[in-house]
Design a protein around this ligand. Sequence first.
Ligand SMILES: [Zn+2]
Length: 228
Amino acid sequence: MKIQCFTVGAFQVNTYLLTDPATGQSAILDTGESDELVRRLKAIQPPPDIRMILLTHTHIDHAGALTLLQAEWDVPTYCPLLDEPLYDTLPMQGTMFGMPQLNRPKGRIDHWVKDGETVQLGQTTLHFLSTPGHTPGQGCWHDDDDILVGDTLFSGSIGRTDFPLSTPALQVESLRRLTQLPGHLRVHSGHGPVTTIGHELKTNPFLGYIRRERGIDGPRGMSWAPGT
Ligand SMILES: [Zn+2]
């Protein structure tokens, strides 16, 4: 799968254009909160063959521009089922974070996805892994080489769990599940640079508890929730 990253908007969120090499069919993953992604995608020549929109979770920086994208590309949109309670807050999320000017309308969700479901993009099969914690339904999309993790895991860090509707105990368990995936998987996060599952497992200070559980050498790291 070809992956192009577009870092957009007030939150410098990483959004992605995923393209199946065999068919040229593309998916947009996450949206930003402004019209920047629409403008940048429309500037690509030849125009990408956009067939779907995928969301990792529904914070304003990841889902706030959904209506703008759907006005341009009227394609099926996939969202984690467990994130529906957060999605319902989009029209007031700006206010929740002290920035009412960032309140955004909800877009259209065509498919609410659950853990283990797959979506076919041309000849590429995308697997959905539910990794709640940062949000109720935060999830990851992956093939055999690349995983798009939203705000579950960052290079050297993890997604915050002090937001409304975040649950640290779920994040503890989700990171255990995520790091069971093959170490070679390239990790494309919602913010910051690309890394791999294996590199984070060895070095990430928030994953010390997993290293201890599995007898993996590396820094002891920090305790950030019960069980870590
Ligand atoms: Zn987030």
